[in-house]
Design a protein around this ligand. Sequence first.
Ligand SMILES: Cc1cc2nc3c(=O)[nH]c(=O)nc-3n(C[C@H](O)[C@H](O)[C@H](O)COP(=O)(O)OP(=O)(O)OC[C@H]3O[C@@H](n4cnc5c(N)ncnc54)[C@H](O)[C@@H]3O)c2cc1C
Length: 459
Amino acid sequence: MDENRASTALDELITALPDGTVVTDPDIVAAYRQDRAADPNAGTALAVVRPRSTEEVQTTLRWASTHRIAVIPRGMGTGLSGGATALDGAIVLSTEKMRDITVDPRTRTAVAQPGLLNAEVKKAAAEHGLWYPPDPSSFEICSIGGNIATNAGGLCCVKYGVTTDYVLGLQVVLADGTAVRLGGPRLKDVAGLSLTKLFVGSEGTLGVITEVTLKLLPAQHSACTVVATFGSVADAANAVVAITSRIRPSMLEFMDAAAINAVEDKLRMGLDRTAAAMILAASDERGPAGAQDAEFMVDVLNSHGAKEVFSTTDPDEGEAFVAARRYAIPAVEAKGSLLLEDVGVPLPQLAELVSGIEAIAAERDLLISVIAHAGDGNTHPLIVYDPADADMTARAHRAFGEIMELAVRLGGTITGEHGVGRLKRPWLASQLGPEAMELNRRIKQALDPLGILNPGAAI
Ligand SMILES: Cc1cc2nc3c(=O)[nH]c(=O)nc-3n(C[C@H](O)[C@H](O)[C@H](O)COP(=O)(O)OP(=O)(O)OC[C@H]3O[C@@H](n4cnc5c(N)ncnc54)[C@H](O)[C@@H]3O)c2cc1C
């Protein structure tokens, strides 16, 4: 669309929405170009639209369909695969002003608008003695709508499941502006196709989520935390498999030497800089069951060659280690730009995946730090590079692809929780195969025939 037509179309939208909803200030629009994946190919949107209601989202999408203008849905832009990257001439639709929540303790549900932070949902639930479990490390900075659109995981998901396990219902605005209600505050409901689940993890390509009904649990019991260091990453990975084959820990995380040292550089909390790997595990079972779990994990970690094992029931001590794990991405990011991977494998292949990543790092002469939601077999290799160094950047991108190819060879996935976005799209077909790819495309075509919603992302 030429500049004049785009500007006339935009005037129409500005008039149709309340004052201040459509933002065209170039500095503000520029701030919405990229998400945390920092895709260098990001374009510049025509405008940022910040609706406050489902009706305003409908108005925006009707307008976009009429004018064939692409819409990039955006939560808080913490995504790590470029799913919210702006395109030239598109609209970025940010849900940041959609922030209502009500909690119903009788049904143990919450109804929230998408722009609320995950941490704010947890806080609202906690005020009623309830708990919203999914806990991405970014929980204080990411939106609940973004969590649903990516089917986010996190630290406690090894026991409590991922975002989709807590989504009972959605309101979604389709590309043509139709608003649809799916599911609701019912624990069992099998009427019709499972469309609520279709939108979870759809990365803004099928509709804009404008309201969500979430299942809540009774508040979590405080945990016993066990921390172990290892001289070998393979030993640590094998210990993970041995733990999960017998019990359900409420957390089972992994950090390699580079992550341990990067965190220690920043937090100075006395982590063992000489360790090749660290395992952080917890059990939130009540009473003696929790103590038994902790004892079992200590035994397994010791019998798999741990250098040192430490166990505590002090919540503050446990939380300090969890905070260290959560801080790993920003800490490694301080070493250089990151290409952030998210590959996962069936648990028995975890050791092979981690050793394979070490081999790729050596072959490509790169620092690749591995952190992992190890109990889920979901790793985050963090490839560190200097974008000013063309050769290093090329090697980093090769390693990025090689790690995904390795995971697929091991029967795994190119993404466990961050989504395909724009950065992983070239590898999607290698995991799904032609039939499943075609089915994905047919669903996208049926719901968004004009290709308005997040073109170039995910599918
Ligand atoms: C330090 C750090 C740690 C992280 N740790 C984790 C982790 O442990 N687990 C994990 O899963 N992720 C993690 N992430 C990644 C990220 O926080 C999640 O993917 C999160 O769910 C994205 O939420 P957001 O609001 O920032 O979404 P955005 O980045 O704004 O968007 C993500 C995707 O969702 C779409 N989208 C957003 N809102 C809507 C909506 N209302 N309707 C339709 N589509 C929408 C966008 O188009 C895009 O495709 C981490 C990120 C950082 C920076």
